[in-house]
Design a protein around this ligand. Structure first.
Ligand code: NAD
Length: 508
């Protein structure tokens, strides 16, 4: 039995909910089993299955596109780029992005249902993702006309010089399954604002949302060929390699694991394209003794267990000061015991499944390793019972975690919170930085001097202070060290899709 996870409803009722949702989606206009190339829907007799991870029911047969279709997509994107980048003004692109935003929000429920269908997250969370995904459209609509250059002061007498910013070219986009909408728009909205065209290879677990977003982009008046979607499963390695090597693409933006990021970087060496990589994290969540513990617990719950722990910014290591350690662990455990696992289509569900069997195996390995090295399971610690569904792991808290454990060094990417005890600021900052990745980090304290001291010392791209939620279209998202490079969202996000050109005028 699952320790402390109540409200479990049977897998058969989950299956019925999935079928009901699917039937409704099929009556709408956004459920499409097709690639999008040059504005056209592309199908093939060869398909791959998309599964509902909550029940493992097949929910779509999507064309398994390969290198010939990828080549057509790159050609379509190249043709579109030559006109889109030169004949549209930034204001016109902003208007397109604003219309896309309006259409996405008008279809929020349908898009959220698609996300829940293929990713499994609860519907309310999926709706939140749609709004977050759309926020990048309005943000970059605002940024599009702000691609300012500079007037320079040359060292040569009689020279005048300026810089202009221009779109980098056709962009390859590789996105993961954990945010089927937001990972697409965080990249694509910036690219469109800059005047680029894109070829998107969505994750094979979650292609339906990407296809729906591309359909809405066409409806919003973004010209055919500017946004192409090439779903593939069997040709993943070849498609990935071509996106790296093909010189018609001048940029690649990838979100996913560090290992795949390293492979893509090596494969991109021959084409020397511009790269943005948002890779894995292993976020420390530091709770000092001077905070409101209830607020810190509430933030920890959101930060750790959103998406069932499958987010790259979710807390992986919770460092809690010794004087408040027991209280924090006890209160966190109480909240987690109230979670309800199940189908994302069930309004009572608070937490959905993990995406695939490998994800569950990794959580199991981390829990077993922690227990073998002396950690104590406060709640969870095993797969959820078969009645919940095949891909569920019970939300788990282990106390007494130490730096020798695998969970300290590797990102779990699942619903395991490991709680470490610390005594001093110096010690906890050192431990927090003992990680080869550096994406998100979190600090809870009321001491303003300590906020600045610790924020400066943490080797991370992002620091949340007294909050577990840091993702915001207005703030730069990205990492350091093995978490990659490049920033998404914010004023910096546009620069990733622009090149700076110096224009020097002589003879004056
Ligand atoms: P994975 O490494 O198997 O895949 C990650 C992504 O890379 C997927 O989208 C996949 O389609 C793509 N990919 C894999 N091989 C490729 C290739 N040869 N060419 C091009 N693309 C390729 O990881 P996974 O098992 O799906 O997820 C687990 C790990 O991935 C997590 O532990 C986490 O570190 C990382 N991850 C990170 C994020 C993030 O938001 N940063 C999202 C999802 C996964």
């Amino acid at each position: 039995a699952v320790v402390g996870t109540s409200g479990i409803r049977s897998v058969s009722s989950a299956a019925t909910r999935t079928l009901d949702a699917l039937e409704k989606l099929k009556k709408g206009s956004l459920y499409k089993e097709a690639g999008i190339i040059g504005g056209e829907e592309v199908t093939l007799s060869k398909t791959f299955e998309v599964l509902d991870p909550a029940t493992l029911q097949p929910v779509a047969q999507v064309p398994d596109l390969g290198l010939p279709e990828l080549d057509r997509a790159i050609s379509a994107a190249s043709t579109a780029f030559s006109s889109f980048s030169t004949t549209t003004t930034a204001f016109e692109r902003a208007a397109m992005l604003n219309r896309w935003h309006a259409l996405v929000m008008a279809n929020q429920d349908e898009l959220a249902a698609l996300i829940t269908l293929e990713n499994g997250k609860p519907l309310a969370e999926a709706k939140g993702e749609v709004a977050y995904a759309a926020s990048f459209m309005s943000w970059f609509a605002g940024e599009a006309p702000r691609a300012y250059g500079d007037v320079l002061v040359p060292s040569v007498a009689g020279h005048r010089a300026i810089t202009i910013k221009q779109p980098v070219g056709v962009v390859g986009i590789l996105t993961p399954w954990n945010f089927p909408a937001a990972m697409i728009t965080r990249k694509t909205a910036a690219a469109v604002a800059a005047g680029c065209s894109v070829v998107i290879k969505p994750d094979a677990e979650t292609p339906l949302t990407a296809i729906a977003l591309a359909k809405l982009a066409l409806e919003a008046g973004i010209p055919p060929g500017v946004i192409n979607v090439v779903p593939t499963k069997s040709a993943l390695a070849e498609v990935g390699r071509t996106l790296c090597e093909d010189v018609r693409l001048r940029k690649l933006s990838f979100t996913g694991s560090t290992a795949v990021g390293q492979l893509l970087m090596a494969q991109s060496a021959s084409s020397l394209k511009k790269l943005s990589f948002e890779l894995g994290g292993n976020a420390p969540f530091i709770v000092f003794e001077d905070v409101d513990i209830d607020a810190a617990v509430a933030a920890a719950v959101l930060c750790k267990f959103r998406g069932s722990g499958q987010t790259c910014v979710c807390a992986n290591r919770m460092y809690v000061h010794a004087s408040v350690y027991d209280e924090f662990v006890q209160k966190l455990t109480e909240v987690v015991k109230g979670f309800k696992l199940g189908s994302g289509f069930d309004a009572q569900t608070t937490h959905g499944p993990l995406i695939h069997a490998r994800a569950i195996e990794k959580v199991e390995r981390h829990v077993a390793d922690a227990v073998a090295k002396g950690a104590r399971v406060e709640v969870g610690g095993e797969r959820a019972s078969a009645e919940v569904g095949p891909h569920f792991y019970a939300p788990t808290i282990v106390s007494g975690a130490t730096s020798e454990m695998a969970v300290a060094r590797e990102e779990t990417f699942g619903p395991l919170a490991a709680v470490f005890k610390f005594e001093t600021e110096e010690e906890v900052v050192r431990q927090a930085n003992e990680s080869d990745v550096g994406l998100a980090s979190y600090v809870f304290t009321k001491n303003i001097a300590r906020v600045m001291r610790v924020a400066e010392k943490l080797e991370y791209g992002m620091v949340g202070v007294n909050t577990g939620i840091i993702s915001d279209c207005a703030a730069p998202f990205g990492g350091v060290k093995f978490s990659g490079f490049g920033r998404e969202g914010s004023k910096y996000g546009l620069d990733e899709y622009l090149t700076v050109k110096a224009v020097t005028i002589g003879g004056g």
